[in-house]
Design a protein around this ligand. Structure first.
Ligand SMILES: Nc1ncnc2c1ncn2[C@@H]1O[C@H](COP(=O)(O)OP(=O)(O)OP(=O)(O)O)[C@@H](O)[C@H]1O
Ligand SMILES: Cc1ncc(CO)c(N)n1
Length: 266
């Protein structure tokens, strides 16, 4: 096992997204997963039924004790949930100077339900994205965070650049919500480097938690000292295979197969 990832995110009772997806993805990459739970969602493949926020001091203390005892080679942030939770996370990050932070700016679940109110988007933009080594928005999140209307490759690049201008070192704009048969994920770095990753769209309902899975697999690669584009390529290939072999559970957007193949962890 190589690489320690501290995951700061919400729990998904359905097991396909959130902390549960994060732990499975990090483990599938051969890294170690520790967690700080920000919220407990009552969720299945159809919708988010309820959200229970974890008290901010408990979020802060989970981060503190994990960093103090186990340590972390990368920190992945998923569902923040509230500004108070965001402030607890920010305080916790002060204990981990120099540790790469991967921010998945979770605002809406695959089912369309909100996982962060408007002020959470402002908090992400103003406080967490500036600290990020990589931000991994989907297209609606990129639009909300950049304030730019997206309408094609050039506007996606421009919006990604707007997040770099906030201070993020890299942006991975995920293309799952795009049109067409080919899905394009775009990685842009602050030094101007840009790489695109293209995949055929799989005709499936099993895309619950694909974003969480991708950002956690990416965080694992970064924790394992992989170069950013290599870690991104492995994470995207992993998610693609995990979607392709999804078990088809649930009545809505079903989970992917996180344990699709053991060689990802080699
Ligand atoms: N139907 C699909 N076929 C193949 N790849 C897909 C499909 N849907 C999403 N992906 C891939 O999954 C990854 C996650 O992208 P997506 O834009 O769906 O994230 P997301 O909206 O944050 O996910 P979620 O909110 O469901 O967790 C990307 O690499 C994307 O290209
Ligand atoms: C707890 C949680 N975090 C993130 C997502 C985004 O997929 C979700 N559905 N649930």
């Amino acid at each position: 096992m190589k690489g320690r990832v501290l995951i700061i995110a919400g729990s998904d009772s359905g097991g396909g997204a959130g902390i549960q997806a994060d732990i499975k993805a990090v483990s599938a990459m051969g890294a170690y997963a520790a967690t700080a739970v920000t919220a407990v969602t009552v969720q299945d493949t159809t919708c988010v039924h309820a959200v229970h926020d974890v008290p901010p001091d408990i979020i802060r203390r989970q981060i503190e004790v994990v960093l103090d005892d186990i340590g972390a080679d990368a920190i992945k942030i998923g569902m923040v949930g509230s500004v108070a939770a965001g402030e607890a996370i920010l305080a916790g990050l002060a204990d981990a100077p120099g540790v790469p932070v991967i921010v998945d700016p979770v605002l809406v679940a695959t089912s369309g339900d909100s996982l962060g109110r408007g002020e959470v988007a402002d908090f992400l933009r103003e406080q967490l994205i500036p600290l990020a080594s990589v931000v991994t928005p989907n297209l609606p999140e990129l639009e909300a965070l950049s304030g730019l209307k997206l309408g094609g490759d050039e506007t996606i690049k421009k919006a990604a650049k707007a997040l770099l201008d906030l201070g993020a070192q890299a942006v991975l704009a995920k293309g799952g919500h795009g049109d067409g048969q080919t899905l394009t994920d775009l990685l842009v770095e602050a030094d101007g480097k840009a790489v695109t990753f293209e995949n055929q769209r799989i005709a499936t309902m099993s895309t619950h938690g694909t974003g969480c899975t991708l950002s956690s697999a990416l965080a694992a690669g970064i924790a394992q000292d992989m170069p950013l584009s290599k870690a991104t390529g492995r994470a995207i290939a992993y998610v693609h295979e995990a979607i392709a072999s999804a078990p088809g559970f649930g009545r809505g957007h079903g989970p992917v197969n996180h344990l699709v193949r053991s060689s990802f962890s080699d």
